[in-house]
Design a protein around this ligand. Sequence first.
Ligand code: SAM
Length: 214
Amino acid sequence: MDLDEGRSKLVNYLERNGFIRSPDIREAFLSVRREHFIPSDIASLSYEDTPLPIGEGQTISAPSMIAIMLEVSDLGKGMKVLEVGAGSGYNACLLAHIVGSGNVTSIERIGPLLELARSNLRNCPRDVELVLGDGTLGYEANAPYDRIIITAASPDFPSPLIGQLKVNGKIIAPIGRDRMLQRLKVGTKAEDGNLLVKSHGSCVFVPLIGKFGF
Ligand code: SAM
């Protein structure tokens, strides 16, 4: 099976099983080639529904997990999005397909991974701003954001990120102190600055390391 066939089979599988529900998310998964974000020696695994190593002890998440996070994020064209944990750059490219070029900022704390994301994102037809730093502090320069998506497990929602979220904006993260199991949570910022939090299913992510993380 070639990779194009693999991609469309994966998207059909994600739809059939309810992971992809929105046409814009389907379109993004069909447009972005996951093999451009995966080490070349394991590129044949690009369309398996599994997390894969990207170096530095980090992973690109399984497509079904990414689809779940994108669906609960309730994204729309023109929204300003901050992603914490650029990793390979794959999710940032999907996000930029959905919300539009120039609307996504992605922070990564590990220098070589930021360079990997920069190189991989040359294959992404949408612009993404990449920033090196501790994402638990957010990125004030482009705030406030409509959505903040944390792609690593955090003990709680980092308070600086809540500060950089618009009222009615949403923050999405795997939350939990257990390194082996978290819950995907979505916090919506109320007028008074507090978060209204909804819990979605269980998940397992690499830890968010930083001042307001682990
Ligand atoms: N979104 C990525 C992708 O599409 O490939 C996968 C992200 S990977 C599961 C989690 C990433 O979060 C790792 O690259 C890790 O280095 C990064 N990370 C962990 N703590 C961080 C922090 N405080 N700030 C920024 N990135 C962080």
